[in-house]
Design a protein around this ligand. Structure first.
Ligand code: ASP
Ligand code: MG
Length: 461
């Protein structure tokens, strides 16, 4: 056998739709073989089969009867195993038993995590069994051996179990243990070790973050996120036919895009890979020769100014007016206390001498209309409040975002017809954000995309 001690690791993550069918698994096997031929060590990180996490959450919430839920999951996984020529008996019954035990446990977030984690257990066991063949050995490894939750102030909170955080760190002992297995390794995304040694979850879409954290643990050369879209685009290609693929961008730009509404990749995975210095590469499983999008520390110089337009819907804009100057000291602190007492985070702030505008992402904050009414009532003793629900942040993202400002001249006719509720830009210079009411948002996004992103901003010097 050739000496493989120096081979770098590549982490390959496959999302729910990429692990749900036999054809996709055959494509995965071909990609893994290709990587092995390149002389790299492969760790495959699996999401649950498409729809399974939702089914498990419904089971945990008691919305589905236990027996029919369990038999549905058995059929789904057994059918795929048979299609792939894999014997499901070594893992399917054991996994269903673990699931039944979790369903019978005391309710709470710990139970929900134990139930939902089984989705990734099934998909990764299935994947390991399929990839293990005469040509190449594959072995299942438990993600909980590598990733553990960071301590939380309240270890019993839903956050600690369902939206857990993990520190980004290299783990040389784990790396040499896993290297010694001398196989293609397959593991669960989304699942990490909870405070009691059981399963905790990284939040919906968290398998991307698992892959980035695994990349950090192993000191990987790169993390490949295999999904069902070609990569990150200059605008949402479902709404903007002129949108172009972005072949390469910086971590900070990708983070702004994820925060600003681009949904291709989990924002926390970008942060984790930036912290670990491991490049991320978004690829399309249905077109493996496509170039995808590389997210790296130092991308090739591109045109300065806006790289992309990302829209963030469901924004609540609050216009606060306080004409009483005697109350100025501590005014904003009072406003923010009311907001933080309700567990809400503020996305953007703009201020003038007597007015302040705040923007809150209602979806990310789980803020319903009753909650908005209650918040407005609680702020009213401090100032007059006008609320604009359902607004959209039209975000121009890119290094040197300020260089996009010249393009705003082209929006004059648009703003003769529409209100601009707020505009913000910070010294980090990664994003210029315009908050508008929903009805004009798509037109504004299109206008900015065609003039600023496609229109060719002046080249960076
Ligand atoms: N299966 C989990 C979800 O659907 C995690 C993931 O796929 O990233 O959210
Ligand atoms: Mg995903």
């Amino acid at each position: 056998m050739s000496d493989s001690s120096g081979q770098p690791w590549v982490v390959m993550k496959f999302g729910g739709t990429s692990v749900a069918g036999a054809d996709q698994w055959r494509a995965i096997a071909a990609l893994v073989a290709e990587r092995r031929a390149e002389g790299v060590r492969v760790l495959v990180v699996c999401s649950a089969l498409a729809g399974v996490t939702d089914q498990l959450l419904a089971l945990a919430a008691g919305e589905v009867d236990d027996d029919s839920g369990l038999s549905g999951l058995r059929d789904l996984h057994a059918r795929l195993a048979v299609e792939l020529g894999v014997d499901p008996s070594p893992w399917l019954d054991a996994g269903l038993e673990t699931l039944a035990t979790a369903l019978a446990s005391v309710s709470g977030p710990r139970r929900t995590a134990a139930i939902v984690a089984q989705g990734e257990w099934f998909s990764s066991q299935l994947g390991a069994a399929f990839l293990d063949g005469p040509g190449a050995r594959a072995a299942w490894v438990d993600a909980r051996e590598a990733l553990s939750v960071a301590p939380e102030p309240d270890p019993e909170s839903a956050r600690a179990w369902l939206v857990a955080r993990c520190d980004v760190a290299g783990d040389p002992a784990l790396e040499s243990r896993w290297r010694a297995l001398d196989a293609v390794l397959v593991t669960q995304g989304y699942v990490v070790r909870g405070p009691d040694g059981g399963s905790a979850l990284l939040g919906r879409g968290g398998s991307d973050t698992s892959a980035a954290l695994m990349g950090a643990c192993l000191g990987a050369a790169r993390v490949e996120i295999w999904t069902d879209v070609p990569g990150l685009f200059t605008a949402d290609p479902r709404h903007e036919p002129g949108a172009r693929l972005i072949p390469e961008l910086a971590w900070e730009e990708a983070l702004e895009m994820a925060a600003g509404g681009a949904r291709v990749i989990h924002g926390r995975s970008i942060r984790a890979s930036a912290e670990a210095g491991v490049p991320l590469w978004i690829r399309d499983l249905s077109n493996p020769s496509g170039q995808g999008t590389r997210i790296v520390a130092d991308p090739a110089p591109a045109a300065a100014g806006a790289r992309a337009v990302a829209c963030q819907p469901h924004m609540l804009v609050l216009l606060l007016q306080n004409l009483d100057t005697r109350q100025q000291v501590g005014f904003l602190a009072g406003v923010f206390r009311v907001i933080s007492d309700r567990g809400l985070s503020v996305d953007q702030v703009a201020t003038s001498e007597t007015t302040t505008t705040l923007a809150i992402d209602t979806r990310a904050n789980h803020l319903e209309p009753e909650g908005v009414a209650e918040l407005v009532a609680a702020l009213q003793p401090l100032c007059s409040v006008e609320a604009f629900p359902g607004c959209v942040g039209v975000n121009l993202v890119g290094r040197d975002a300020r260089l996009a400002l010249h393009g705003l001249a082209g929006t004059r006719a648009f703003f003769q017809e529409h209100r601009l509720l707020m505009m913000s830009h910070s010294a980090a210079d990664r994003c210029v954000s315009l908050l508008v009411e929903a009805e004009g948002a798509a037109a504004l996004a299109r206008l900015l995309h065609s003039t600023l992103v496609l229109g060719g901003a002046p080249a960076r010097d």
